[in-house]
Design a protein around this ligand. Sequence first.
Ligand SMILES: Nc1ncnc2c1ncn2[C@@H]1O[C@H](COP(=O)(O)OP(=O)(O)O)[C@@H](O)[C@H]1O
Ligand SMILES: [Mg+2]
Length: 143
Amino acid sequence: MNMENIDFISRSEADTFALAESLCHAMPHGGVIALFGDLGAGKTVFARGFAKALGITEPVSSPTYTIIQEYPAPGGKYLYHLDLYRISDERAGLAFGVDEYLESGEYVLVEWPERIAKLLPENTLKLQITHTGENERHWTVMK
Ligand SMILES: Nc1ncnc2c1ncn2[C@@H]1O[C@H](COP(=O)(O)OP(=O)(O)O)[C@@H](O)[C@H]1O
Ligand SMILES: [Mg+2]
């Protein structure tokens, strides 16, 4: 999987799951993935696929009210799942300590990353998800 050139049509939840699994395997040492896309784009479905690829068995929920969920993975790794829907801006994000998660070196998935755009590390993989049909989503890398 070439992470700079992702251009993927997902036609089902299972496709999005599979994309997340391959991306996870392509980044064995952690990293930040920002998931840009509307409500229902499949950001949380992606997070579930990613967690599964890391061997996490705990169910991954949509952490709308918790902002940050921490999932320990086998081998001493962590997955941090951030849902910033309710965060207004960078200042509010910093009050929740999002910078520490982003700079942790662990796996970090960010829903609604536009809220804290200025805090995203330079090497963040920015994925844009577009609704192209009822069950179809187009996944591309944002430059
Ligand atoms: N190709 C697809 N990929 C991911 N989810 C899909 C797809 N097609 C339909 N869906 C549905 O869209 C919804 C995505 O929900 P969710 O992942 O919670 O979105 P988000 O976190 O982006 O708001 C789910 O109900 C899922 O079943
Ligand atoms: Mg979600």
